[in-house]
Write a protein that binds this ligand. Structure first.
Ligand code: NAD
Ligand code: LMR
Length: 338
């Protein structure tokens, strides 16, 4: 994405915590890269519009050379007009006594409207990352309501899980984060996700070898590493007293930056993308995979060997995604693309 015309970026939930942590870095060039001017469309609920207007004032005060304008909206159709990038952060959190169906329904109310808005008014090259939970299924819902937008343009954020896995492996082996490669997140952005070290390397050596040197084997991976990464969101909520914010914003920025600018040669990242049927994941399901990005397209890394343990873990998380899809389908929440 190189352009002298500003790229319009719509940010939903812009006055929320992650929104606030994201927009200043986006304005500084961390989203689309240096030299790409942008225009921000901040979308909020009517009751939070004033706070978003305050954020817009602060963005102005940042005097960001790349930021060519900020507009605030409480109407999705207007906010998505002309947008090339969507950071879909705002979502309905689970409140006390809310059942899963209620949560899916409340979020479908948000993501169906935004999917339609993208379909009707966004730019031809529109692409979105859904951050708001349940992120994978929210992305699926939005895509179902946007039949004219290629399905693969609706993705969900598992880059935070990817970063968590990289950091945990680095800490366990005493390596630098920069020396870790080949980690993968599979499945849902939930506690069933599968953080996979099978193909990971540490300083160019297979991760199991580097772990063995520290006395850590398959048991450590299964009983410590995987739950640590998969339940890190809950750990942050418990320790910090609120869900992750800056790390989530950072991950969302990295997700879009790599998507539009490409992953480094010889390396992959993790993104939840509509499945192309690879690795037995039902087509269309928004599931996390190891991906490489080139020329604005994310491609699932082909041909990775998966052992029985990996296959079972992936199947478990994918089964949860299928359940979520069945639930929203039965509730009649999917759009024309189904
Ligand atoms: P927050 O409550 O601080 O902010 C959410 C904002 O969204 C609020 O300002 C709210 O007014 C707004 N909003 C709600 N519905 C909207 C709509 N229809 N249109 C526009 N704006 C709307 O929450 P947060 O801490 O910023 O987290 C946002 C979401 O991100 C949550 O769902 C959280 O669970 C999720 N999350 C995901 C990941 C991930 O890795 N995928 C990580 C952390 C948090
Ligand atoms: C996270 O992974 O930090 C969040 O998705 C947790 C949450 O429930 O908001």
């Amino acid at each position: 994405m190189t352009s002298s015309r500003p790229v319009t970026v719509v940010v939903t939930g812009a006055a929320g915590q992650i929104g606030y942590a994201t927009v200043f870095r986006a304005a500084a060039g961390d989203l689309l890269g240096p030299g790409v001017p942008l225009r921000l469309h901040l979308l909020e609920l009517p009751q939070a519009r004033r706070a978003a207007e305050g954020t817009a004032l602060e963005l102005q005060d940042g005097a960001f050379p790349l930021l060519e304008g900020v507009d605030v909206f409480d109407d999705a159709a207007a906010a998505f007009e002309g947008a090339s990038v969507g950071l879909l952060i705002g979502a309905r959190p689970r409140s006390k006594g809310m059942e899963r169906a209620d949560l899916l329904e409340a979020n479908a109310g948000i993501f169906s409207v935004q999917g339609r808005a993208a379909n009707d008014g966004a730019a031809d090259d529109f692409r979105a990352v859904v951050v708001g939970n349940p992120a994978n299924t929210n992305a699926y819902i939005a895509a179902s309501h946007a039949p004219d937008v290629p399905r693969e343009r609706f993705t969900a954020l598992t880059r935070l899980d990817h970063h968590r896995a990289v950091a945990q492996l680095a800490a366990a082996t005493g390596a630098r984060v920069a020396d870790v490669d080949g980690v993968a997140i599979w499945g849902n952005h939930s506690a069933t996700q599968y953080p996979d070290l099978t193909h990971a390397t540490v300083g160019g050596r297979p991760a199991p070898e580097a772990l063995a040197e520290k006395g850590l084997g398959a048991d450590w991976v299964a009983e410590t590493f995987i739950p640590r990464v998969a339940k890190r969101g809950a750990e942050i909520i418990e320790v910090r007293g609120g869900s992750s914010v800056a790390s989530a914003a950072h991950a969302a920025l990295c997700h879009v930056r790599d998507w539009v600018r490409g992953t480094p040669d010889g390396s992959w990242t993790s993104m939840a993308v509509p499945s192309d049927g690879s690795y037995g994941v039902p087509e269309g399901l928004v599931s996390s995979f190891p991906v490489t990005c080139r020329d604005g397209a994310a491609t699932v890394v082909p041909g990775l060997e998966l052992d029985g343990f990996s296959r079972a873990r992936i199947e478990r998380s994918v089964a949860e995604l299928v359940e979520e899809r069945t639930a929203v389908r039965e509730l009649g929440l999917l759009g024309p693309r189904g």
